[in-house]
Design a protein around this ligand. Structure first.
Ligand code: C2E
Ligand code: MG
Ligand code: MG
Length: 718
């Protein structure tokens, strides 16, 4: 039987990596062993058989120890211990030994004592495993070191969800120490995932769970991490991207996951800040130009629409291009601080317009774009745009109080509107701008709706300037005279020279259209020369014929472009000397905005003109920003109340303003002229309030020289 069992063990034993020994239960004497077992013990089998295993163990086992072991084995179950086999020459190799009692298919020994069953030992060489473990430990160390220097949070998770490893960054990210994370299940993680909108993601569809269930790699951007530790403020949320990669064992089956969490919170904050800088004007909080254009592009292409009625698809888009008149002079005069104050104040007024679905951008220093969409008929939509423009104009006109100074503004507003989908953003911008420029050309404080005519005007505007230079040379320009009447005597006090242009093809072109463009191109100087030469010659003619009343003056409009031109005073003096006319027969009409442009240079020049004997009038008073302080300090003789106030007489507010202007001028010893008097009601009011002079259609329109001469002779003889 022994032989039999030996053979069995030897035969099958050589197929196994593990060494197998069979031992006598009494004192552990080796009865038989396989080749691998002998190899593990470093001796030939023959030498080993008959020796007790106790002395071959490292450390050795006492006979008491063996008895205890045998008793335990009889008590049931195999017993596994880690031990060592001592090899010859003091060497020892680590082994794992599993002891059990031989199967009791035999009835024990002769006495039937099951204690006679042999003890079988399976010995496994642990040195390879130990080496592998050392290697793993070493490589784990390298890995740990590498992972701890990685900025991304990394966690290794078993397929059952147990967290096996986290690196420093992950600890920091979730703000929990290592030991609170290791061994914990991700199904019971201390954090929660939120989606982009901040809504919690149910555990079932959280990224790790999906990766575990599917066994596939998984990546998702724009998640948020909530429920972080307590070193951070309550409720802190980090924005993260997550990548999960399953790791497979040798057989290729996944056995764990690597989760990489990239914290993007700071990066997103910076991005947000940059985006805010790009899209929001820091001064007014309105959209910047690039953002406005982008927004218009979105709306024009029907995306991100601001619907007129919720749920209703917009079918029309409208844009208002608002340009403040004469804003530049505010900065020049009062400094950019005041300019900034004005812009913020206006932005505030725009922000509570009371119109729904209007988006506002600041697209230039003093230019604003209002974008709106709507549905319904084009007539309705035009009506809405019109009301919006009127409301804007009203808000801009309301005086702004700043440090005791009252600042007044007007604006030129271009409006364009189209069915959605007919024009792209850039075309819409172009049309609104064209309408704005048309409003500008028609004088200040205008609203102009875009129509195809405007394009035509712009095209012809280019030829207009060319034609104008020719006109000045070829006497297409003419000077008309409009009487200014002394209200006390009813006699002619003065006349205003107004330039007239009859274009050979287009007929009469009003000065409010061609003067501003002549200023822009420089053609103004030839016009100015022509007007001054004509006026000087006419005056000299009337003087010699004795039809000009004594003390009567001719007033001439001087635009900013002319006034600021070098040598203006010299040319003016030369012109009238040539004609033999004295300066006190001329009055120069300047506008408020001109005076405000460069106060010091203007004051110097005005004093020169005053010293030379010229009269100076302030034209269109009340349309600028009426900083009354300069009235006192500048040598002004006449103040011309703008015809807007005269026109509105009968309206309480205009009356109050007109009355105030008149009494102010009287107090300063400045003569007053009311412009644009058309009715006897207006005239009577002006008489009552002590206005000195009037000018307007009620008395006479501007007239060509021969007609004016007839008027002169009538008034001199009458
Ligand atoms: P302004 O200096 O305020 O001239 C008065 C304007 O009011 C003139 O317009 C005149 O025709 C108009 N007007 C006079 N009485 C009445 C009235 O009772 N009712 C109404 N509604 N209007 C009245 P006009 O001739 O079209 O000139 C417009 C502006 O063009 C002038 O305003 C002036 O600023 C400028 N301008 C005219 N001639 C010259 C010129 O020779 N040189 C320069 N630089 N500018 C000129
Ligand atoms: Mg005038
Ligand atoms: Mg005027």
């Amino acid at each position: 039987m022994l032989v039999e069992s030996r053979n069995t063990l030897t035969r099958m034993g050589s197929y196994l990596r593990e060494g197998i020994l069979s031992l006598d239960p009494n004192d552990g004497v080796i009865i038989d062993l396989t080749k691998p077992a002998a190899r593990l013990l470093g001796r030939p089998s023959k030498e080993l058989i008959g020796t007790t295993i106790r002395t071959l163990l490292d450390p050795q086992m006492s006979s008491d120890g063996w008895r205890l072991l045998a008793t335990r084995l009889r008590g049931g179950g195999p017993l596994t211990v880690a031990s060592g086999f001592s090899q010859p020459g003091n060497a020892s190799i680590p082994v794992e030994l599993t002891f059990f009692l031989e199967d009791a298919n035999v009835e024990g020994d002769s006495e039937g004592n099951p204690a006679g069953r042999k003890v079988i030992v399976i010995s496994r060489d642990l040195s390879e495993v130990a080496q592998a473990n050392t290697r793993t430990a070493q490589s784990n160390q390298v890995l740990n070191a590498a992972l701890s220097s990685v900025e991304d949070g990394v966690a290794v998770v078993d397929l059952d969800g147990t967290i096996r490893h986290v690196n420093d960054s992950l600890e920091q990210l979730v703000d929990r120490p290592f030991d609170q994370l290791i061994g914990r299940s991700i199904f019971d993680a201390p954090w929660t995932w939120l989606d982009r909108t901040g809504t919690p993601i149910p555990t079932d569809s959280s990224p790790e769970v999906i990766a575990i269930r599917s066994g596939n790699s998984f990546a998702v951007e724009g998640l948020r991490l909530h429920g972080l530790g307590n070193r951070r403020s309550e409720g802190e949320i980090r924005s993260v991207n997550v990548k999960i990669e399953p790791i497979s064992d040798q057989t290729g089956a996944p056995d764990s996951l690597v989760i990489v969490v990239t914290d993007r919170t700071e990066q997103l904050l910076i991005q947000e800040k940059l985006e805010e800088l790009r899209s929001t004007d820091p001064l007014t909080g309105l959209m910047t130009r690039p953002r406005t254009v982008e927004r218009l592009e979105e709306l024009a292409s029907g995306y991100g629409a601001i619907a007129e009625v919720t749920g209703e698809k917009p079918s029309r888009i409208g844009v208002l291009h608002v340009d403040l008149d004469d804003f530049r002079s505010i900065n020049d005069t009062f400094g950019t601080g005041v300019g900034d104050f004005v812009l913020t104040e206006l932005a505030d007024r725009f922000n509570d317009l009371g119109f729904r679905h209007v988006e506002i951008g600041r697209i230039g220093v003093d230019e604003f774009l209002f974008i709106t969409t709507g549905s319904g008929s084009s007539l309705q939509f035009d009506g809405k745009m019109r009301r919006l423009a009127d409301e804007l104009q009203r808000r801009i006109e309301t005086p702004i109080q700043h440090l005791g100074v009252e600042l007044r503004f007007t604006s030129s507003i271009g409006v364009s509107r189209f069915p959605l989908g007919t024009l792209d953003a850039h075309e819409i911008l172009r049309t609104a701008d064209a309408a704005r420029r048309a409003a500008r050309r028609e004088g200040r404080n205008r609203i102009r709706l875009y129509d195809a005519m405007i394009d035509e005007t712009i095209r012809s505007g280019l030829t207009l300037d060319r034609d104008l230079r020719r006109a000045a040379a070829q006497r297409e320009l003419e000077v008309h005279y409009q009487p200014i009447i002394d209200l006390r005597t009813g006699a002619l006090a003065a006349a205003e020279a107004l330039v007239r242009w009859t274009h050979p093809e287009r007929g009469p072109v009003p000065p409010s259209i061609f003067i501003p463009s002549a200023e822009a191109t420089g053609a103004i100087s030839s016009i100015s020369d022509m007007v001054l030469t004509t006026v000087a010659a006419d005056l000299s003619d009337w003087n010699s014929r004795g039809i000009m009343p004594a003390d009567a003056r001719i007033s001439v409009n001087i635009s900013a472009g002319e006034f600021e031109m070098r040598g203006f005073v010299q040319r003016l003096v030369a012109t009238i000397e040539n004609a033999g006319v004295l300066p006190d027969q001329l009055e120069l009409e300047l506008t408020e905005s001109l005076l405000m442009r460069d106060m010091e240079a203007t004051a110097t020049r005005l004093r020169t003109l005053d010293d030379l004997g010229f009269f100076v009038a302030l034209d269109d008073f009340g349309t600028g920003y009426s900083s009354l302080s300069y009235l006192q300090s500048l040598p002004l003789h006449t103040l011309k109340v703008d015809r807007r106030f005269v026109h509105d007489l009968g309206n309480g507010r205009s009356e109050t303003i007109t009355r105030a202007i008149l009494s102010l001028a009287q107090g300063l010893g400045i003569d007053t002229v009311a412009e644009g008097v058309e009715t006897d009601v207006q005239r009577d009011f002006l008489i009552r309030e002590g206005c000195d002079m009037v000018q307007g259609f009620f008395y006479s329109p501007p007239m060509p020289k021969p007609t004016f001469e007839r008027f002169l002779s009538r008034s001199v003889s009458g």
